[in-house]
Design a protein around this ligand. Structure first.
Ligand SMILES: NC(=O)c1ccc[n+]([C@@H]2O[C@H](COP(=O)([O-])OP(=O)(O)OC[C@H]3O[C@@H](n4cnc5c(N)ncnc54)[C@H](O)[C@@H]3O)[C@@H](O)[C@H]2O)c1
Length: 326
């Protein structure tokens, strides 16, 4: 590899989506500087990539950039995925989650703006809050519940991240593209932090009940992580996409009860389905939006994106892998 080649930084690169992104970037011959505090990610996710052209820095990214600005030496792009992810983590410890998602992200954006590094910022479909549009378009109004309900702090934090990115762009021309990822699934996703698909797969294979929160009629659209990282890389590579916000995901929705039934059928399981009220999981007043499906018109027009992985194909692969690992 030529020594003058620049580095790509991936924050949160030892996590679920970040590790797939790192694999795809490595395949393209990029040199990788992965910065991950290993709070929810793990070295094992990227062990196979590590070497002279792929470094792991086990650090908290915002603090690290403040203490060691040379981390950005020879970096020309950063995919910023590091975050406290998922409503469960946020509801359990909002102070940590808000500090991490808002404070650390501003530090990354400020350092990138100062160093002329282009950024892909991972936002979330959560920013739509309880917005009811079907499908959800990037310019739709955002709608949140009261601040006394901590579940909205994740959504608001991600919305602030988008404002931070666009503010740095307005102030000093930061090249930044913002992606609102919808439900992403695939190998290496952990069920420990409340993600539905890995937990359904494990329960179905053990013959245990699949516990569906609420009435199970809420609809979500699940996209394979390999489609998601392909889209992120294409958006980063296209200067016309910088300064813009894109939904990234699948627009085929299923209800959570249908998803449970599909996993049971594909796994050949006898597991029953049990409903559990949201309040029993997250406390009183918890709200779960009914439908969350992206409008993909903008990303289709910008980079011709269409998901290639069908839900059944991803689920079958996950079931097969989990059956081997046990
Ligand atoms: N998985 C999804 O369905 C989904 C949906 C919408 C948005 N997203 C966003 O995509 C990104 C990646 O999510 P994921 O699903 O891969 O979650 P993940 O928890 O597997 O990955 C996040 C990674 O960031 C690391 N991390 C957290 N804070 C850090 C910090 N301050 N410094 C360095 N590393 C830090 C964690 O150790 C972990 O490896 C997140 O920004 C998340 O908000 C994910």
């Amino acid at each position: 590899m030529p020594r003058n080649q620049k580095w790509t930084m991936v924050t949160g690169g030892a996590g679920f989506i970040g590790s797939h992104l790192a694999e795809y970037l490595a395949l393209q011959g990029r040199r990788l500087r992965i910065v991950d505090d290993l709070s929810t990610g793990c070295r094992g996710n990227i062990e196979h990539l590590l070497g002279p052209d792929c470094e792991l820095h086990p650090l908290r990214i915002g603090d690290a950039l403040a203490a060691e600005p040379e981390l950005f030496d020879d970096v020309d792009e950063v995919y910023h995925l590091a975050a406290t992810v998922g409503v469960k983590c946020v509801v359990q410890d909002p102070v940590t989650a808000i500090g991490n998602n808002v404070g650390q992200t501003d530090a990354v954006l400020a350092a990138a703006a100062r160093s002329g590094v282009r950024v892909l910022l991972t936002s979330s479909s959560e920013v739509y809050g309880r917005a009811a549009a079907k499908p959800l378009g990037e310019d739709d109004e955002l709608h949140y519940g009261p601040t006394t309900s901590p579940r909205w702090s994740y959504a608001l934090g991600k919305a602030i991240n988008e404002h931070q990115a666009l503010a740095w762009r307005a102030r000093c021309g930061l090249e930044v593209v913002i992606v609102r990822l919808f439900n992403t699934i695939g190998p290496r996703q952990s069920g420990r932090y409340g993600m539905v698909v890995p937990r359904f797969v494990q329960w179905a294979l053990r013959g245990e009940p699949l516990v569906v929160h609420g009435d199970g009629r809420q609809r979500r659209a699940f996209c394979d992580v390999r489609d998601v990282v392909r889209a992120c890389m294409a958006l980063m590579a296209e200067p016309a996409c910088h300064g813009r916000v894109f939904n990234v995901g699948s627009d085929r929705s299923v209800s959570i009860a249908e998803l449970a039934r599909l996993v049971i059928d594909l796994a050949g399981s006898q597991s029953p389905i049990e409903l559990l009220p949201h309040e029993r999981v997250y406390g009183p007043g918890f709200e779960d939006p009914r439908d969350r499906v992206p409008d993909l018109g903008r990303i289709r027009e910008a980079i011709g994106f269409a998901p290639a992985w069908h839900l059944e194909k991803t689920l079958s692969q996950l079931i097969e892998q989990e059956a081997v690992v046990g």
